[in-house]
Design a protein around this ligand. Structure first.
Ligand SMILES: O=C(O)CCC(=O)N[C@@H](CCC(=O)O)C(=O)O
Ligand SMILES: [Zn+2]
Length: 335
């Protein structure tokens, strides 16, 4: 039997759909696709919780991929007792091999769309991943979670934070889910204000999962992530896998909540930031600042206490070149 990890086999092109098998401890395993593996307990020991953990949707964001690799291996070695249904996803395998954010297109802008004949590999993979998530959740009525793990391109004044996709009409941001994230070491949450083409938005919108994009530090190549402490996230996910769903009632006071005030649209190749394109996430933006100019149109900061997230002037026209966020703890309380 090979000593390679599931990640190593995936990167070597050695994983594809296989038959389910069960271990003596009652845990059943099935590889559903390249880089996609499902674990299920036998019914008697099930906790009634469905968990999707995805990573590597951007191929240069390797710290969460290494974390997920270790979780999978601990389960396969039967060190971690699976009491929940769990789906692990290594998202953009070709980009992970290349060590690049993407090969042709940013995969995290390709979810929640309809297939087209001329779709390239990243569009097709995004569609397949949505299908696997949909089949995994199926018609179960058990609580559904999807944590899509990332790292950020630039430095950040706050290392770990989550993006909470806009809830469906009639639904609200959940204070309990935000409090749970704090147990995973994520103490800053951005509430999205628009629909989106990200993986977490799709799982929330289509499958009613508690879904988040989670940023866990800076993007570095494999083997260079020792500076990122993922021990709380590791413990939190290990607990969920073992069927332990914590029930925090209140958001701890140290948790910071922002909401997205506006996306910074890039409409043309003339788009220019007035700030350095590599400015740290959460850098404050003075009211009245002309932050960017695009085809002669200025983008002026009109908000009090604004900050910038994900500045990236290099995205193609039609995509967001960053987000302007503002504090929103009271906003959440009023929901
Ligand atoms: O650091 C950056 O500029 C990008 C980090 C990253 O990949 N962030 C995600 C956020 C997705 C979301 O808004 O939910 C992305 O850009 O896809
Ligand atoms: Zn990312």
């Amino acid at each position: 039997m090979s000593n390679s990890t599931f990640l190593q086999k995936t990167l070597a092109g050695e994983t594809s759909m296989g038959l389910q098998y069960c271990l003596p401890n009652g845990m059943c395993v099935q590889v559903l696709d390249e880089g996609v593996i499902r674990f299920e307990p036998n019914d008697a020991s099930s906790s009634g919780l469905d968990l999707v953990v995805s990573c590597g949707i951007h191929g240069n964001e390797t710290a969460p991929v290494e974390l997920v690799e270790q979780l999978i291996e601990r389960i396969l070695r039967q060190e971690l007792r699976v009491k929940s249904r769990v789906l692990f996803i290594f998202g953009n395998v070709a980009a992970l091999r290349a060590g690049k954010r993407f090969v042709e297109e940013d995969m995290n802008r390709l979810f929640n769309r309809s297939p087209e004949v001329e779709d390239g590999p990243e569009k097709r993979r995004a569609m397949m991943l949505e299908m696997h998530v949909g089949r995994f959740f199926g018609s179960n009525t058990t609580p559904r979670f999807h944590y899509d793990l990332h790292t950020a391109i630039h430095g950040s004044l706050i290392e770990k934070f989550a993006i909470y996709p806009l809830p469906k009409p009639g639904c609200r941001f959940s204070a309990t889910e935000i409090a749970r994230l704090s147990l995973a070491g994520v103490e800053t949450v951005l509430l999205q204000s628009t629909s989106s083409s990200t993986f977490s938005y799709s799982s929330n919108y289509k499958y009613d999962a508690h879904a988040f994009t989670i940023e866990l530090g800076s993007a570095r190549p494999f083997g260079q992530n020792t500076g990122i402490d993922l021990s709380k996230m590791d413990a939190y996910l290990s607990g969920l896998i073992q069927g332990q769903l914590p029930h925090p009632e209140l958001i701890p006071p140290q948790v910071q909540i922002f909401r997205v005030s506006r996306e910074i649209p890039k409409t043309s190749h003339d788009f220019k930031f007035a700030i350095d394109g590599k400015t740290d996430n959460f850098t404050p933006l003075a009211k009245g600042l002309t932050l960017a100019e695009d085809a002669g149109v200025p983008f002026v900061i009109t908000e009090d206490d604004a900050r910038i997230i994900f500045p990236n002037p290099d995205v193609p026209p039609g995509q967001r070149a960053g987000l302007v966020i503002v504090p929103a703890r009271n906003y959440l309380a009023e929901q």
